[in-house]
Design a binder for this molecule. Sequence first.
Ligand code: GRF
Length: 220
Amino acid sequence: MPVQQSPIIKIGILISGRGSNMLALANEVNRGRIAGAQIALVISDHSTAAGLQGAKELGLKTLVVERNRRSREEHDRETVAALREHQVDIVCLAGYMRLLSSYFIDAYRHRILNIHPSLLPAFPGLDVHRQVIDHGVKWTGCTVHFVDETLDGGPIIAQRTVPVLDEDSEDTLAARILEQEHQVYAEALALIVSGNYEIVGRRVMGTDGARNGALVSDTL
Ligand code: GRF
């Protein structure tokens, strides 16, 4: 009997700027560490996004979908159409600096992931590292979560913690967190691509022997 091939899960990545998380995901896919996944498309809402060049160098298909004074939903309709045209199954936001319309969220419900540089639900929104330092917390981190209609509030897939040091500036803290972002985003995507999880209320839990213990590990 022929071996049954698992279908390839196609990933679309949305960026607005540097794109280091996008490159980390693409590299992990290339190394075969996200079994069954393929990056089908990288979309930026800015033609000047530095990440576009990096994506091209990796041979990824890129597309610019600019807002051009359209409403959020009109812009999102073009983005969703492009994702569908490339048969994208899962969307990863990676430094995508736009809120999504409910049209977009409905089109890919529970299939849109985002990475945020704090331990949600603490410090959602912008200017995160400044807020973390000013608040005086001793630990922070990063969170991969599903995107829903709330700001950085969808079900949490994975988190990593990092210490906040007395001498930290926003830049040193951001760099320490970014290193963890690159790892945890790939781990979280691998879990979602595997399909070995279930969402119960707000909880994303591993099934089928999949353990997501690693998804909460810290860096100590
Ligand atoms: C990351 O810190 C991510 O958590 C946040 O935006 C930043 C994007 O960085 N959402 P990059 O473009 O992936 O390098």
